[in-house]
Write a protein that binds this ligand. Structure first.
Ligand code: ATP
Length: 913
């Protein structure tokens, strides 16, 4: 059989052989793939990777670029514009027709490039969180990108993982896998390592774990038998989910607004056209061109593209600050977050554990040393104590054996493969003089119950070095105390002194230590296996280990920032109440944190639940169900809740939260897939950074709108007034189109790149359902439109009054509108503070670049002879130029005064929601 398989794997597409893996014994499969339980060597893995290619499915191909470009024209307004261009051409207005076509083309090209860039950037960011797998290479368990797996690799899977490739299981412990995506079966199947019938359907191949399915519980080991397209999922579909649509509720709101606005503008255009021809006696072709130009001018057709870019820039900035956005709407929601519920371990603390104290029935032993460096001393009151050492070592050995972590030295640093607390126990064992490799081979493990946040302990069964069998258990100490009847003292078993241990736990926890209990028993039944019932009676408590896991220094500052930003931070942890309390104080979570335990929550009647949750700052000894109830309770008060999580059981709470945040390092695939955001560094600081960026994005979108609509509006209002009151048009149609052409594409876009305003984290969060067009924004739009109109008409009549020709007056008006728009841009860059500052005057590189482009274009417009023919412009004199600049300065001063007044009377916040 082995030989048969060996021959067969050389043909990667030979399905007959692949379908045999489930029907043969695990050792045969290992031999057939020329590997063993210790995995492949790195060299062999590299060779196989070159043969088989990466373990990935081909990506869904994107739409053809030409189609994506054509889609840019699929818009009511564009149809209208193109029809107008045709009409203009037929009527002999060739220049107008050409300019309209140029507007449409430039918009389409800019839209196409922007969307393409945004999509590429978002996809690149999403790749930063590509799944990883635990594999054995060169005898070590390491974490590698799942794409690097090759047939023959030995991997471990556990609750929350997505199976990284098709595996033949070599070992399974309580392993439940949800294979609904492959078999449609909604109940998770219980896996084992025994061969199945050769003709068993997929769902009955219980010794196989198929790529893409989800591990819902337990732990398993398996050898990779197929990767990439050769996996079962690869046979069914070779496409993974396509590119996500670039859309968010806000973008939807803006698109709907844009559509409505287009129709209003068109109806108004028809009315003005009728008025101009019937009442004012315009020739209808002239009137038509004017209203078309106005409609083009007033409709913010570039707005959705600029807003998409603003969102994409936000996503990129968040990625730079270690927060990866999995779904675009989260960018908006992050900005409105009012409560952050954070895990403690690893997010608020460093998750670098060091064992500091050991408590046995007779002694408290302190351990020196820092980090994972396995150097340090065990002392009692500063002295070595042989008897204390002996009892401590007994406990340490148990903790080393009931443990899956490995400690490795890499370039002088010690790194843990596996759980950090277990890594700390390995370092402790070495400090105590134990050799982990020897101990683990002398005390062979035959079975285990893996750690689970629900039952909060882990148990292992071993063949004792001296013969016989032993079970070790380590876990949350109160949980273990409840399971024990006796304790292990100097002279053997004693009755359990619960009060003594509870006191010692409180002492350690009050100093912020994470406390772990260890227990032992000899098994009651002769079997290699370990089940929950084996722990029922006869467990003896051995003692405690206290670990320090220092708070992340930078988190203290981030929490202070949240408090000033009106964001409530709540800590939800599986750890002990006193530990959580001590850490919350060290982090200055609040002045005096209110701590409540999961058990307290269970006792709270439904009626009082919301009150308790709102009041409490720290939730200790909670399980994942508590998280879900806490999120719901907070949401019912109108809060926008961001919630962190990592385990498989956290998925419901992460989904329920407005923003689910999974940990990139210690998070399971299930948690990541249930979340909108993944933190690359598991650090709370990155959440706060993402909130800040979220607020900035929202601000920038408002700035884009606050800039675009009134600048379009002001320009057009002046022309409408001319038609209504029957005076000469202050701009001709192509000039209106010119302003529209150069400004929307250049100036409006720079607001997407605005950095956060200085006070962005000093304001309270915006209410969740605040409309985008807040009263303040509406006021701003009307006020600025009126100012623009007054300014433009003022300049127009000033020029005519001076006896300048109409062409010069119009050239001055166009220049004035552009100057106003530039000044207004500087004003709008700071909605919450004065723009009269060094920072305000300096601008960003994007602002300066846009300024250069616009000024150069405007100089050409005014002074280049070809432009004179195209746009009927004339050069303007220096003094008239200065008048225009002066008008711009006046406009700026008025706008700044308005902002100051708004701030003074506190209207900004109240009108802003
Ligand atoms: P947080 O929710 O803040 O990340 P946590 O990591 O302390 O908190 P859990 O991982 O649920 O929460 O751990 C809860 C308790 O279970 C710990 O305080 C510890 O006593 C125990 N525990 C954690 N990991 C293990 C493990 N690998 N083996 C045995 N017991 C463990």
């Amino acid at each position: 059989m082995t030989e048969l398989l060996q021959v067969d794997i050389t043909g990667p597409n030979d399905q007959a052989s692949e379908e045999m893996w489930h029907a043969v014994d695990a050792d045969c499969v290992l031999a057939g793939l020329s590997t063993d339980r210790g995995g492949l060597s790195s060299d062999e893995a590299a060779r196989r990777l070159a043969t088989y290619g990466p373990n990935a499915l081909p990506e869904a191909s994107r739409r053809h670029p030409l189609l994506r470009f054509l889609a840019q024209f699929n818009n009511t307004l564009i149809y209208f514009l193109l029809a107008a261009a045709v009409a203009a051409a037929i009527l002999g207005h060739r220049i107008d027709a050409a300019v309209i076509v140029a507007v449409v083309m430039i918009n389409a090209i800019v839209g196409f490039i922007q969307e393409d860039k945004a999509e590429k950037a978002l996809n690149a960011i999403r790749k930063m969180i590509s799944p990883r797998a635990h594999a054995w290479r060169d005898g070590h368990r390491i974490s590698i990108p799942a794409a690097d797996l090759v047939p023959g690799d030995v991997v471990m899977i556990e609750a929350g993982d997505r199976v990284p490739a098709d595996l033949r299981l070599t070992r399974a412990r309580g392993l439940l896998i949800d294979e609904a995506m492959l078999t449609g079966e909604s109940v998770a199947s219980e896996k084992h390592d025994q061969p199945a019938a050769a003709d068993a359907p997929l769902g009955d191949r219980l010794c196989m774990a198929f790529s893409g399915t989800l591990v819902s519980a337990g732990q398993g080991f398996g050898v990779v038998v197929a990767t990439g397209e050769r996996t079962e999922i690869g046979h069914i579909s070779t496409l993974i989910e396509g590119v996500e649509q670039l859309t968010t509720p806000l973008l939807g709101q803006i698109n709907r607004f844009g559509q409505r606005f287009t129709w209003v503008a068109l109806s108004a255009a028809v009315a003005i056209f009728a008025f101009a021809t019937l009442v004012r006696g315009y020739e209808w072709p002239d009137a038509l061109i004017v209203v078309v130009a106005m409609a083009v001018g007033v409709v913010p057709e570039g707005l959705p593209a600029v807003i998409t870019i603003t969102l994409a820039i936000g996503v990129q900035r968040m990625a730079k600050r270690n927060a990866i956005i999995r779904s675009l709407p989260a960018v908006e929601t992050l900005g409105a977050t009012s409560v952050i519920c954070s895990d403690k371990t690893g997010t608020l603390t460093r998750n670098e554990m060091t064992a500091r104290r050991i408590v046995t029935a007779e002694h408290t032993v302190l351990v020196s040393g820092s980090g994972y460096i396995p150097q340090g001393e065990l002392t009692v009151d500063g002295r070595k104590d042989a008897e204390a050492d002996a009892s401590a070592i007994r406990l340490i050995r148990a903790a080393l054996l009931c443990n899956d972590a490995q400690l490795r030295e890499v370039k002088g640093h010690y790194v843990v493969d596996g759980d950090p607390m277990e890594g700390a126990l390995v370092a402790l064992a070495i400090k105590a003089g134990l050799d982990p490799v020897r101990e683990r081979s002398e005390w062979k493990r035959s079975d285990e119950i893996p750690f689970d946040a629900q039952h909060r302990f882990m148990a292992t069964r071993h063949a004792a070095a001296s013969g016989g069998q032993v079970i070790f258990v380590k876990g949350a100490p109160e949980r273990l105390l409840a399971m024990c009847q006796t304790q292990l003292g100097r002279d053997g078993l004693q009755p359990l002194d619960t009060a003594f241990w509870t006191d010692r736990i409180s002492l350690a926890a009050a100093e912020g230590e994470r406390v772990l209990g260890v227990a032992v028993r000899s098994p009651a039944r002769a079997s290699d296996q370990l089940v929950f019932a084996d722990l029922d009676e006869g467990l003896a408590f051995m003692g405690l280990v206290g670990f320090i896991d220092p708070p992340r220094a930078e988190v203290i500052q981030a929490i202070a920032e949240c408090r000033s930003a009106g964001i409530v931070v709540k800590m939800i942890t599986g750890d002990h109440t006193a530990t959580a309390d001590a850490i919350a104080r060290q982090l200055k979570l609040t002045d005096s944190p209110d701590v409540v335990s999961g058990a307290d929550l269970d006792r709270t009647p439904d009626a009082g639940f919301i009150g308790v949750v709102t009041q409490s700052d720290v939730f200790a000894r909670t399980n994942p169900e508590h998280k879900l109830r806490i999120v719901r309770a907070l949401q019912s008060t109108g809060a926008v809740v961001a919630m962190t999580g990592d385990g498989v059981n956290d998925a419901p709470a992460l989904k329920q939260a407005d923003v689910g945040i999974a940990m990139g390092h210690k998070g399971t695939e299930t948690a990541k897939e249930a979340s909108e955001v993944v933190l690359l560094d598991d650090n709370f600081v990155s959440i706060v950074a993402a909130v800040q960026e979220g607020r900035t994005v929202y601000d920038n979108i408002r700035k884009v709108i606050a800039w675009t609509i009134p600048t379009n509006g002001g320009e057009v209002l002046a022309v409408i007034l001319a038609i209504l009151f029957g005076f000469t048009l202050p701009m001709n149609p192509v000039q209106i189109l010119w302003i529209n052409l150069i400004l929307t594409v250049t100036l409006g876009l720079v607001l997407a790149f605005e950095p956060p305003e200085p006070g962005v984290m000093k304001r309270p969060p915006r209410p969740a359902h605040a409309p985008l067009l807040s009263p303040f924004l509406v006021w701003r739009i009307v006020f600025v439109s009126v100012l623009f109109t007054a300014g433009a008409l003022g300049i127009f009549f000033y020029a005519l009054g001076k006896g300048l020709p109409l062409e010069t007056a119009r050239t001055m008006v166009v220049n004035a509108v552009v100057v106003f728009e530039i000044f207004y841009l500087f004003n709008v860059r700071y909605l919450h503070m004065s723009s009269f500052s060094f920072r305000g005057a300096l601008g960003t590189p994007a602002v300066l670049l846009a300024l250069i482009v616009v000024i150069a274009a405007q100089l050409a417009f005014t002074y280049a002879p070809v432009m004179h023919t195209l746009f009927e412009t004339t050069p303007i004199g220096v003094s008239d130029g200065l008048v225009i600049l002066g008008a711009g300065v006046v406009l700026m001063v008025v706008l700044e005064l308005e902002k100051l007044l708004m701030r003074r009377i506190g209207a900004l916040h109240s009108l802003d929601r």
